[in-house]
Design a protein around this ligand. Sequence first.
Ligand SMILES: C[S@@+](CC[C@H](N)C(=O)[O-])C[C@H]1O[C@@H](n2cnc3c(N)ncnc32)[C@H](O)[C@@H]1O
Length: 176
Amino acid sequence: MSDAKDADRLAALVGGIVGYFGITVRRVLDAGCGIGLLKAPLAEQFPRATYTGLEYSEYLCQRHGWIQGSVQDYVSQKPYDLVLCHDVLQYLDDRTATRAIANLARLCQGALSLSLPTQRDWRTAADPDRSDQNVYRRPADWYQTRLRRHFRHLGCGVHVPKALRPISWELEQPWL
Ligand SMILES: C[S@@+](CC[C@H](N)C(=O)[O-])C[C@H]1O[C@@H](n2cnc3c(N)ncnc32)[C@H](O)[C@@H]1O
């Protein structure tokens, strides 16, 4: 996500999918929230929800009031209805990213919105001049294998815990 317009579109997309599947959102966690580009657009989509920004960077936490912690080991007393993790896991090594996905599953009781560039994205879609290149370039199936241990993919990067079993028609499901 590179700007406020992307954040608006993404929040609308997630709001639509989550609403379609009847998931009530009262608690939102933005894991690796950066400067919090999603905070305002998510408040528009989910006006009754509380937003928690989780960040590794001490500077960003002091500046924006986020909780300082890391996606791989942040613990919450209560799970969140919606967890977002955008453009974060590519910075973590294999072991840490695997732990992060398992921890996202512990933190999420409703929907997870996950996005990051894969190895193929780097070859075909990423703009090298506008992208941070100091990242791990893993294939999509590396992430999919680990996500499938905990989640069902609804499409457009939105996943739900396996236990939720939302009803959808076969042709509405993702083909990947
Ligand atoms: C590319 S930015 C993405 C920010 C935001 N999610 C967005 O899409 O605009 C990556 C952010 O993840 C944070 N980060 C990196 N590793 C992290 C970790 N293990 N736990 C939490 N945040 C992390 C960085 O400090 C940085 O702010």
